[in-house]
Design a protein around this ligand. Structure first.
Ligand code: FE2
Ligand code: FE2
Length: 151
C-alpha cells in the first residue's frame, strides 16, 4: 500500500483511535501474544488492501469502521471463568456489534458486517454485504497468520 493509503486510513479512523474504549482493546489478547487492538488493526489493513486490490466499490469509511471494530467485545475471553469462554467464538460478534452501535452509532450495515464476521461458525449469520464478506475473509487470513507465526 502507498503512503497516501495509510494517511487516508489514519484520518478516517482518528475518532476511533482517540476513543478510550478502543484503546482498551490493547489490554485483551487474541491469539497468543497478539492484542485484540493489534489484531483489529491488522484485519482493518488487510480488508482495505483486499478491496483496493479488487477495485471493490465499497464505502471505505464503513469498511474501516467495521473491520477495526469487528472484535470490539471488550473482555478477556481466556478468563471469563464460568466456562462460557468456550462459547466466545459464537457470542463475541453479537457483543462487538452491540458495542459498536452503542459507542459509535454505526449503521445497521456496519453492525451486520461485524455480526457475521465469524461465519461459518455462526451458521445463520451470513455476511450480506461486500464489506461483510471482506471482513469475514480478512479476519480468517490474519488469524491464520497469527497462529502460524506464534513462537
Ligand atoms: Fe472475531
Ligand atoms: Fe478477529
Amino acid at each position: 500500500m502507498r503512503a497516501e493509503d495509510y494517511d487516508f486510513i489514519e484520518k478516517e479512523i482518528s475518532l476511533l483511535e482517540s476513543d478510550p474504549s478502543v484503546q482498551e482493546m490493547r489490554r485483551f489478547y487474541q491469539h497468543g501474544k497478539v492484542s485484540t487492538y493489534v489484531h483489529a488493526r491488522r484485519v482493518m489493513l488487510k480488508s482495505y488492501a483486499i478491496c483496493k486490490f479488487f477495485h471493490a466499490k465499497v464505502d471505505y469509511h464503513d469498511l474501516l469502521y467495521a473491520a477495526f471494530l469487528h472484535d470490539f467485545y471488550l473482555y478477556d475471553w481466556h478468563h471469563v471463568g464460568d466456562g462460557s469462554h468456550r462459547l466466545h467464538g459464537f457470542r463475541h460478534p453479537k457483543i462487538a456489534a452491540e458495542n459498536a452501535v452503542a459507542r459509535f452509532g454505526v449503521s445497521s450495515m456496519v453492525a451486520k458486517a461485524i455480526r457475521t464476521h465469524m461465519w461459518p461458525l455462526t451458521l445463520v449469520h451470513i455476511p450480506t454485504s461486500r464489506i461483510g464478506w471482506v471482513i469475514c475473509i480478512a479476519d480468517k487470513l490474519v488469524s491464520i497468520q497469527e497462529v502460524l507465526s506464534r513462537k
